[in-house]
Write a protein that binds this ligand. Structure first.
Ligand code: PNS
Length: 162
């Protein structure tokens, strides 16, 4: 049976830190299904369509990565897609409490699905979509932190907003 992981997240937008986790995850899983959260109550900078497009452009080189969208519970989506694992990246200690809480809740909701944490590469320890957006919003360089196409889109987004 192929080993499948769901990699859930907002991906608003995808960063090089996410790509690093996907590349590491592919060493453990036969297939990774990126699951982009569609939650209409959450405020995103990029539309769902834009987030899908940016991930598609960044994932072209991998044949065993699928990009999908979901709402509701991650464990339900994982079960629906017959995934055995939920993949999450860990950066600094500050991630731990939230991730620990979410993993335990997910385990309580569905004991068949295991959360697998992978440590991000050292270069991406302080990279997050939020900090990248904040830097870009005020004209700071985000080169090398996101795929080149994403850098262009963030700049365009903030140019339009100002
Ligand atoms: O990239 P993010 O914003 O850190 O991802 C958070 C995400 C999408 C993984 C989390 O909010 C989530 O799983 N949302 C779906 C609802 C759910 O299952 N919550 C956890 C158990 S209550």
């Amino acid at each position: 049976m192929p080993k499948i992981a769901i990699y859930p997240g907002s991906f608003d937008p995808v960063t090089n830190g996410h790509l690093d986790i996907i590349e590491r995850g592919l060493k453990l899983f036969d297939k990774i299904i990126i699951a982009i959260l569609t939650n209409p109550d959450k405020k995103f900078l990029f539309t769902l369509e834009e987030r899908v497009q940016m991930l598609e452009a960044s994932m072209k080189k991998f044949s065993n990565v699928e990009i999908s969208t979901f709402d509701g519970l991650t464990v339900d989506y994982a079960a629906q897609r017959k995934a055995q694992g939920i993949l999450r990246g860990l950066r600094a200690m500050s991630d731990f409490e939230y991730e620990f809480q979410m993993a335990l809740m997910n385990r309580r909701l569905n004991r068949e699905i295991q959360t697998v944490f992978l440590m991000t590469g050292m270069r991406w320890i302080y990279t997050s979509s939020s900090i990248i957006k904040e830097a870009a919003q005020f004209g700071g360089s985000i080169k090398g932190m996101v795929p080149p196409g994403v850098e262009k889109r963030i700049k365009e987004k903030y140019a339009r907003k100002s």
